[in-house]
Ligand binder design. Structure first.
Ligand code: FES
Ligand SMILES: [Fe+2]
Length: 428
């Protein structure tokens, strides 16, 4: 349970808020590379951390992320003409480059130098892996580019999607930390989803409904270990790294690609659920990619032409009571992603954490909240760089292992929990 001011601190990320200041210390995913597929393609509206921005790719292939609205009289530059190394407002022709600098005001004499005095807010937009990343903080504190493994392996080993989630980012992310819900909410899908089925570890998940949680601090955040019984007194451990502020990686199952997420606030009542899949040592197969595009695993089907899920709150997530009753799905909603989204959105746009009753399986969530609150305050009060900004903190892996009862996961799985290029994931 949290006090109201703690809940506000965690959930508010607009300009001027403490948590907003913290998000602005990191490179965060802004768009899929595929959203700006070629030079002079149509610009894309981007809202992040409650700021309305516009992304475009100019005639020379440079990416820009600038204020959505024209400095003249506030027209949305989404209507703009992307031409000759800039974006031109269609109302009176003012033109901006990828840095938001105004480079032409056709109604004014060129010699007046008027346009040089006009500059829109802008943020860097950089490609790394299948994602365009932005950094929205002070330019003198811009960190090096991120080093997440899914974004640094060869392109044929990685896949990423994003979906609109109609809830605050924090309750969405808490679902990624809470692996105890897998044995309930997702149980019907573990044995059937093409990106999950067949792993030996699935049996342990299904047979032990009372996992014991052990949470260990690591430089960028936490390792959250969920322990279930295996054969002969051994334990099956599923270990989820959480890196601040909002990166998680699901423990692997067999040789399936490893899945994981980022939750990026659009504003305080909606977020992007970014969902990646990668394999550290092999290309994803055509069958795997087809399944991902078709919404299997952690991905989803969309309303065509949008990133809003086809199953959403307006159609009750295509609830199937017969499937619920028959136990085909535990909640009646199909697919991991929408199972999570439906329940997290059902909490209301901003979950009221003054009313919850937490139990021991919520330990990871409790520790993550405290780590976030501490770091946000330390940054706001003393300018301390938060954990997870340093690219060294990105080099974590999830793992699933069977260990003898006397071995602590943090020691026995130490190597498995760090990125080792060219070495496969540790998985059961
Ligand atoms: S509003 Fe954009 S040029 Fe006038
Ligand atoms: Fe889930």
């Amino acid at each position: 349970m949290l006090r109201k001011e703690q809940n506000d601190l965690l959930t508010q990320t607009g300009p001027g808020t403490s948590m907003g200041g913290m998000f602005r210390a990191y490179w965060i995913p802004a768009l899929l590379v595929e959203e700006l597929p070629e030079n002079e393609c149509p610009p894309v509206r981007v809202k992040i951390l409650s700021e309305r921005l516009l992304a475009f790719r100019d005639s020379n292939g440079k990416y820009g992320l600038i204020d959505e609205f024209c400095a003249h009289r506030g027209v949305s530059l989404w209507f703009g003409r992307n031409e000759e190394a800039g974006l031109r407002c269609p109302y009176h022709g003012w033109k901006y480059d990828v840095n938001g600098q105004c480079i032409d005001v056709p109604s004014e004499p060129r010699e007046s130098g008027f346009c040089q005095k006009i500059k829109l807010k802008s943020y860097p937009l950089m490609k790394r892996g299948p994602v365009l990343w932005t950094y929205m903080g002070p330019s003198d504190r811009q960190p090096p580019l991120p080093e997440w493994e899914f974004a640094t392996v060869p392109a044929d080993q990685t896949f990423i999607s994003k979906r609109l989630q109609e809830s605050n980012w924090m309750q969405a992310m808490e679902g990624g930390i809470d692996s105890s819900h897998v044995s309930f909410l997702h149980r019907g899908d573990l044995g059937t989803d093409p990106l999950f089925k067949g792993a030996k570890g699935n049996q342990y998940n299904m047979s032990d409904m009372q996992p014991h949680f052990e949470v260990v601090e690591q430089p960028g955040g936490l390792y959250i270990g969920a322990r279930r019984n295996a054969e002969n007194g051994n334990y099956y451990w599923r270990i989820t790294p959480w890196v601040m502020p909002c990166f998680t990686m699901i423990p692997p199952r067999g040789d399936h690609p490893i899945h994981g997420h980022f939750w990026i606030p659009i504003d305080d009542e909606t977020c992007w659920a970014w969902s990646y899949d990668f394999h550290p040592v092999r290309a994803l197969s055509a069958r795997e990619i087809d399944a991902m595009r078709d919404g299997a695993g952690v991905h989803c089907k969309y309303i065509p032409g949008t990133y809003r899920p086809l199953a959403n709150k307006d159609n009750d997530y295509l609830m199937d009571r017969a499937a619920q009753k028959a136990g085909k799905t535990f909640s009646g909603v199909a697919g991991f992603a929408i199972q999570d989204a439906s329940l997290q959105e059902s909490m209301g746009p901003i979950c009221d954490r003054t009313k919850e009753n937490l139990v021991s399986t919520d330990n990871g969530i409790i520790m993550a909240r405290h780590r976030l609150m501490r770091a946000a305050k330390a940054l706001a009060d003393k300018g301390v760089t938060p954990p997870g900004v340093d690219p060294a903190h990105h080099k974590v892996r999830s793992a699933s292992v069977v260990l003898p009862p006397d071995q602590a996961f943090k020691d026995a799985a130490k190597e498995a929990l760090t990125v080792r290029p060219g070495v496969a994931q540790t998985t059961v």
